[in-house]
Design a protein around this ligand. Structure first.
Ligand SMILES: C[S@@+](CC[C@H](N)C(=O)[O-])C[C@H]1O[C@@H](n2cnc3c(N)ncnc32)[C@H](O)[C@@H]1O
Length: 271
């Protein structure tokens, strides 16, 4: 049921999802920080599964870097955007397949099929049911080669709570059950302008991968700037502070507490 709502949300969101990561400097933090850490670990010329890759921003970037990619996503409309963009960027030869499917059911791939698996931008968060999420995690791990890396970024619960003060108060407080559910448990079933989602704490995400993979790093993608888009964009546009902003971000984004307050955070682990 929630899968249907998620699909509907992204089908309607369409081109806005392609623009999301390049919308402004604040949104680019998610993309640039993720790319920084992908580059840190990626072996040259890998075969990568972009699981929930949507309109294909990471697929295209990684293809341009010489990797081969299989792009999988739940939402056909976003895959159509990806196909057009891939063609426009002339990287069709690096994108081996574009598949409509769900990360909790990857039976089309053999065990150990990929050098690297990425599942970015809250794909896992869109599976609200815990058992189904566990199935998705075990599928992502199953298709990753032994000793290879898995990168998963999710939506952070505390940042959603903080953002709700700015964007959803007081309306949300009129629905105390909904409010309590997403602030305390992290579960949100939709109805307030966003697709159903499970908002994570870092400890919880780490626990879900524990025992099945070796933990490498946790990264707060918007880091210390989280929940301050307007202020960050304004200062960034002045240009003269960009060096100090970038340096401070990279020095702090792997601090254990920073993931907890980030809008998105990423776990990096090794099978
Ligand atoms: C915020 S977008 C992120 C897209 C891309 N990974 C990125 O970071 O730019 C979330 C994506 O998750 C996809 N998605 C949601 N649930 C999914 C599932 N169960 N399996 C595969 N994709 C899913 C949506 O269709 C959407 O493309």
């Amino acid at each position: 049921m929630t899968k249907k709502l998620v699909k509907k949300y992204y089908a309607e969101y369409g081109i806005k999802e392609w623009k999301r990561l390049a919308r402004d400097p604040y949104h680019r933090l998610e993309f640039d920080t993720t790319m920084y850490f992908l580059k840190k670990y990626l072996p040259k010329k890998s075969l990568i599964l972009d699981a929930g890759g949507g309109p294909g921003r990471y697929t295209i970037k990684l293809a341009k870097m010489g990797h081969n990619i299989i792009l999988l996503d739940l939402t056909q409309e976003l895959l159509e955007i990806a196909k057009r963009r891939i063609k426009k960027e002339k990287v069709q030869n690096k994108v081996e397949q574009i598949i409509q499917g769900s990360i909790d059911e990857l039976s089309m791939f053999e065990n150990d099929a990929f050098d690297v698996v990425i599942c970015l931008g809250g794909v896992l968060s869109h599976i609200v049911n815990k058992k189904q999420r566990e199935k998705a995690i075990s599928e992502l791990i199953r298709v990753t080669k032994k000793n290879s890396q898995i990168f998963v970024s999710v939506i952070g619960r505390l940042a959603v709570c903080m953002n709700s003060i700015n964007y959803l108060w007081p309306e949300m407080l009129e629905a105390p059950d909904v409010y309590k559910k997403f602030t305390i448990k992290g579960d949100y079933l939709g109805g307030y302008g966003f697709a159903p989602a499970h908002f994570y704490s870092p400890e919880e995400l780490k626990k879900e991968f524990e025992g099945k993979t070796k933990f490498l790093e946790m990264v707060g993608l918007e880091g210390i700037f989280s929940t301050h888009p307007r202020r960050y964009n304004r200062v960034y546009k002045l240009k003269k502070y960009n060096k100090i902003l970038g340096e401070t971000h990279l020095k702090t984004c792997t601090h254990p507490n920073i993931a907890g307050i980030s809008e998105h955070f990423m776990i990096i682990c090794k099978k």
